[in-house]
Ligand binder design. Structure first.
Ligand SMILES: O=C(O)C(=O)CO
Length: 404
């Protein structure tokens, strides 16, 4: 067994060792790497189970890693959620549960509420993914349909203490939203969920509609006394990744401007604003002097209208490429930091002022590709996809726009 590293333990801000057992549970695209880091840092006995996306596993010595489906849940996730609940059953006041939570956990931990099936939970996820709703709204709605989300897992751990370590991929870094907060109660009522479901015209299965039409159930509240000893620490976030990118740019003698770590909105609209800013800098040196790199993060959304392939970052970049068509001196990267942009095999893509022309030369009409939500195919055709494979972290979107 590898020797524990106290320095890493301090950096991860780990909880003190308990008098009783230490159980590690977790879910998300970064959870396997978090489990491995935890094993390296923890000086004491432990056991546990975490679930991550297919292909995102790591080899751990003492924590079992299970893989399951994302973004639409499957049977493997369903079984993992059940086993995680069993792992934290019957604990004592002296035990410690360490929850390793990162984005993606919502679909990796399906646990349908009474009256719903896994099929229903899959249908709910598909409806949410196609709706264009921001993640805060999606997860508020998901909470209504789950026996594990919204703090229900933490409630099940009682009377043990729960220490949650979070890698945040949500705009604003509210830890209760990351992975639908299995160990952190989320403020939000069924009435609010109903309103959002109507606003985003969610096509929910009948059993989910019936459940949503009913009264609030007994979801734990943030003020529940059972949570008084629990702690939550965010150990990585978009803000930190943007600051690291800015430092790197400055080392290369390029000024960096962090626009925001929490940009939300329809990808193509967000692209228009970023493109307008980049063109303004390219033409007039305002609001920043060249050379500068504009950095931003958050989570944009795509309202599906077409039948093409591609995630929100490729869609952002296709709209951006159209908006800077022919402009010199602008180069952009947009990617999902977990290594997978939506459901394809790319993290994102690159573009510049020649992209739209190169697409036309390849026989692709950029506007038609955008209308069909087919940005992946477009960038694949000209060899401008960014393919990293799973990165082991997940702090959401990353955009870098260099203006020289
Ligand atoms: O809820 C999730 O799974 C997300 O990806 C956001 O954290």
């Amino acid at each position: 067994m590898a020797k524990a590293q106290p320095a890493l333990a301090v950096r991860l801000n780990l909880p003190p060792k308990p008098a009783g057992r230490t159980l590690v549970i977790g879910a998300g695209k970064a959870s396997a790497q978090m489990a491995r880091a935890f094993e390296e840092a923890w000086d004491g006995p432990l056991s546990g189970l975490v679930v991550t996306r297919y292909g995102y596993g790591e080899s751990c010595e003492r924590i079992e890693i299970v893989e399951a489906s994302h973004p639409v849940p499957d049977e493997a996730g369903f079984l993992a959620a059940r086993r995680i609940m069993e792992t934290v059953s019957g604990l004592s006041h002296d035990d410690l549960v360490v929850a390793l939570i990162s984005g993606g956990g919502s679909s990796l931990l399906p646990a349908p509420a009474p009256g719903l099936t896994l099929d229903d939970e899959q249908a709910i996820n598909r409806a949410l993914l196609a709706s264009g709703a921001p993640i805060g709204v999606m997860n508020l709605i998901r909470n209504q349909f789950s026996t594990i989300k919204g703090g229900r897992l933490a409630a099940h751990c009682g009377p043990a203490r729960v220490a949650t370590l979070v890698v945040s991929d949500v705009p604003g870094d509210d830890p209760a939203i990351v992975a639908s907060g299995p160990t952190i109660p989320l403020a939000g009522t069924r009435e609010l969920a109903r309103k959002y479901a109507n606003l985003y015209r969610l096509d929910l299965p009948p059993a989910a509609q019936a459940l949503l039409a009913g009264e609030d159930d007994l979801a734990p509240l943030p003020s529940d006394p059972g949570f008084a000893r629990n702690t939550v620490r965010t150990i990585a976030s978009a803000a930190l990744s943007l600051e690291a990118a800015a430092d790197l740019a400055r080392q290369q003698k390029v000024e960096a401007a962090i626009l925001s770590d929490s940009i939300e909105g329809e990808s193509r609209d967000v692209a228009q604003v970023h493109a307008a800013m980049a063109r303004e800098i390219a033409a007039r040196n305002r609001p920043f002097n060249k050379p500068v790199v504009l950095l931003s993060g958050g989570e944009t959304t795509v309202t599906l209208r077409g039948k093409g392939r591609g995630g929100r970052n490729a869609e952002f970049l296709l709209a951006f490429a159209i908006a800077i068509d022919g402009v010199e001196g602008i180069t952009a990267l947009a990617a999902d930091t977990d290594g997978i942009d939506g459901s394809e095999d790319n993290a994102g893509a690159f573009c510049d002022g020649t992209t739209a022309t190169r697409l036309r030369h390849a026989g692709i009409d950029p506007l038609a590709a955008l209308a069909d939500n087919d940005a992946y195919s477009a960038f694949a055709a000209i060899g401008d996809l960014l393919v990293t494979g799973p990165t082991g972290t997940n702090v959401n979107d990353f955009r870098a726009i260099l203006i020289r």
